[in-house]
Write a protein that binds this ligand. Structure first.
Ligand code: MN3
Length: 207
């Protein structure tokens, strides 16, 4: 059984960029909902036994046909949100440093150019989904987006790689703070990125 992971800060910690009212619903209702529905979907499924959530979503095609859609949506939701909460902090750095900063400059030209590309992926996703900074299969940093709760780790995802930073662009992630202005939410996100955590994932993705 999967459990709702503990939030690494208080519900109001990310305000004013993401308010406590948004966090309350997003974490306690949406993330809890994905958790509960993932558990319900894999109950009694032999192929899912003993697997981590990441293992499950990485090999959705290994699961029985009748549970694949539920694991794609809710396993994806479970993993994506767990990663999302960890990717934010109230007292992070303005920009990445060290090896990650160097890799971003090498791949995108500059940190600003990376931010523009990431924002374009986030605002260009029609409907609900996620924007990602990921390590692709060629060992290069790349930006992209996925629909719904798809994650680049999924065997059935249109975008392949190891995600190191994700931004939830479902309306439930920003509507109370920004209404229809997704662009303002994306801009505010840069104030609360946990670059140390992203750097840790970057290092891990190179192994
Ligand atoms: Mn969400």
């Amino acid at each position: 059984m999967f459990k709702l992971p503990k939030l690494p800060y208080k519900l109001d910690a990310l305000a004013p960029h993401i308010g406590a009212d948004t966090m309350e619903v997003h974490y306690k209702k949406h993330h809890q909902g994905y958790t509960d529905k993932l558990n319900a979907a894999i109950k009694g499924v032999e192929a899912a036994k003993g697997k981590s959530a990441i293992e499950l979503i990485s090999k959705i095609n290994d699961l029985p046909l009748e549970v694949r859609k539920a694991v794609r949506n809710n396993g994806g939701g479970y993993v994506n949100h767990t990663m999302f909460w960890e990717s934010m902090t109230a007292d992070g750095k303005d920009e990445p440093d060290g090896e990650l900063a160097a890799a971003i400059t090498e791949n995108f030209g500059s940190f600003t150019a990376f931010q523009e590309e990431f924002a374009a992926a986030a605002s260009g996703r029609f409907g609900s989904g996620w924007a990602w900074l990921l390590m692709n299969d060629l060992g290069k940093l790349a930006v992209g987006s996925t629909p719904n709760q798809d994650n680049p780790l999924m065997d059935i995802s249109e975008l392949d790689g190891t995600p190191i930073l994700g931004l939830d662009v479902w309306e439930h992630a920003y509507y109370l703070n920004y209404q229809n202005k997704r662009g303002d939410y994306i801009t505010a996100f840069w104030n609360i990125v946990n670059w140390d955590k992203v750097a840790e994932r970057y290092t891990e993705s190179k192994k």
